[in-house]
Design a protein around this ligand. Sequence first.
Ligand code: FUB
Ligand code: ZN
Length: 701
Amino acid sequence: MSTGQESKVLELKALRVEDPFWSPEMDLVRRTVLPYQWRTLHDQVPGAAPSYCVHNFQAAARLTAKRAEAGEDFTPPDSTPRGFEMLPPDPASADPDRFYGYVFQDSDFSKWVEAAAYAIAQRPDPELEARADELIDLVCAAQQPNGYLDTYYILNGLDGAFSNLRDHHELYCFGHLAEGAVAYWQATGKDKLLRAACRFADLIDETFRDDGGCQGYPGHEIAEMALFRLYEATGEERYRDLAQRFLDRRGQRPYYFDAEHGETPAAPKDLRYQYHQAHLPVRKQKEAVGHAVRAMYLYSGMADSARLTGDKAMWTACRTLWKDVTGRKMYVTGGVGSTEAGEAFTFAYDLPNDTAYSETCAAVGLVFFARRMLQMEPKAAYADVMERALYNGVLSGMSADGEKFFYVNPLEVRPDACGKDPRKAHVQARRQPWFGCACCPPNLARLVMSVGQYAWTFGEDTLYAHLYLGGEVKIPASWGTVTVRTESGLPREGNYTVRFTENCPEAFTLAVRIPQWCDENFSVNAGEDAERWKKDGYLYLRKRWQAGETVEFRFDMSVRWIAANSAVWEDAGKICASRGPLVYCLEEADNGPNLHLLRADNMLGDMLVDKQLPEGQKYVEIDAVGIRLFGEQGGSLYDPYVFPKAELFTLRFIPYYLWANREEGEMRVWLTAKERPKIQRDELIDLDAVAERHPKEWGAQ
Ligand code: FUB
Ligand code: ZN
């Protein structure tokens, strides 16, 4: 099945980002995050949780060399799988031959190398490339002759390989390895890591064959989308088929994970299946359940499957799941995952702000899912969500100096509660230098460095602009290459310009998304003689463009006050500020303590103020008229109600992604709206009259 509108991701080298907002973010990753992550991989950052990633590869490489010397039957000294190895207090006291850290520690390398690849593709960097090559040599030296490459089992006993697909992460580590390998090959032309990933993929293909092979599938998804990517990069159909096999097996009964662990089967709604999205066959899944990152990666793989295999039922399932995630289970920041228990989805409209999980990786995963949906059908609704997650739930994961990170991204924080309330033990008021489970920072880094591959895709003689980034893109058209340069003022200003640099001998289509947040208030200049139509939130302009021709968009960037669906209990009666793609929040640093006593005024007037953080990030602050209540309700815990005293107050909102870059303090995204005006008893007799007298407040129909 084809939608007839499929589009492709641009080659890494076919795009360059030069953008006042994204270039500094990318430079931050290049200059600070990548070197910092490299040092953490090597356990060289004092005070940060050790990673043991390089340690484990070194130990595995030594063991692999010993095995090669001794012949294949060399047995490591202790081949009993040991379960998770607790981190020793200090890397210096670690046994050099043992595995430490989480079972998925290898993936830290793969994500780092993927981000490094994108950095190199944007701008040659011999030093970074040399570091990457050195690490790649180490990783490849750990690979077994049969292609196996996971240090946990190499060091703890290969006889246990693929024996705990549910909890251990070999297929997850493989997935990240394959993604990193493809990116590095595309960026540098060097295929050493790609060959290693393919050898591992070949072993997995053989191990998991239908006839007589292991019938399992990944406990933590990602291998699916990684295999589709490997297939697209190499053209090797076995990788596509293996990905499809993994998707087809998930949720089939009897449950593989029960058999693997000798557990008694339970009903599909049992959380232990839902956690892995293994409760139902994927085409029958209608609701997002379980671990949010796993879910996002699974749905991304499903969307790839729909596009690359034409599987109609798969596509229908993707659309249904998309609606459930984004229509009922997504925070206004694009974060997903409402509970710390299982890092998971809960139920529709359950979006608590102060206990939110909203893992950075889950927002990253939602961006992956969104881009894949867009590749199937260019609908602005997908890009709106992609943009929401990217500018808010993803970017909030990194500090302005690029040295600290959030794993959990709450929408409301009261710092004293974080340390005292076990229900909020996962919530931090400050970003951390690193994590023992360091999935998020490198995930964020690889996404930021490849943001261009989310901004544009291309179809037949068509360029789609989903996000507004400045830069240059080269698109293959039927007659040759079309090069366009773009400029963007977002998210500060609403201007976006596309300039054609050469004559197009034939008609070519430019399709630009009209963002939901501009409420159709936009102007477009030039391209007047172009054939023009609107479809699914994109404006299409088609003509034989001439060199130098520009198309200029200007989107309305007024402040928008947003309310959540009234089924969201936690947000009832509250509003949140947004401008362009950015969601805003209140911080104690600007508004003083007790943010819970602030109320939005009915007639929020707003003013935009240019600000800059010491790290250089420029942003637009929103100042709006609000009200501060005095928390002087009696002296006892409970007293008779008195109407609260209040004063007018200037509410200062900053972009959510920049919160927690100053002194520690309270933060909240949703603000209680001022109560309705008091009405007289006699007014209640005639509700229509009330509405007439207070049209703004009571919305007379
Ligand atoms: O299990 C690997 C990663 O660690 C997951 O994606 C994150 O949620 C964290 O649990
Ligand atoms: Zn994470």
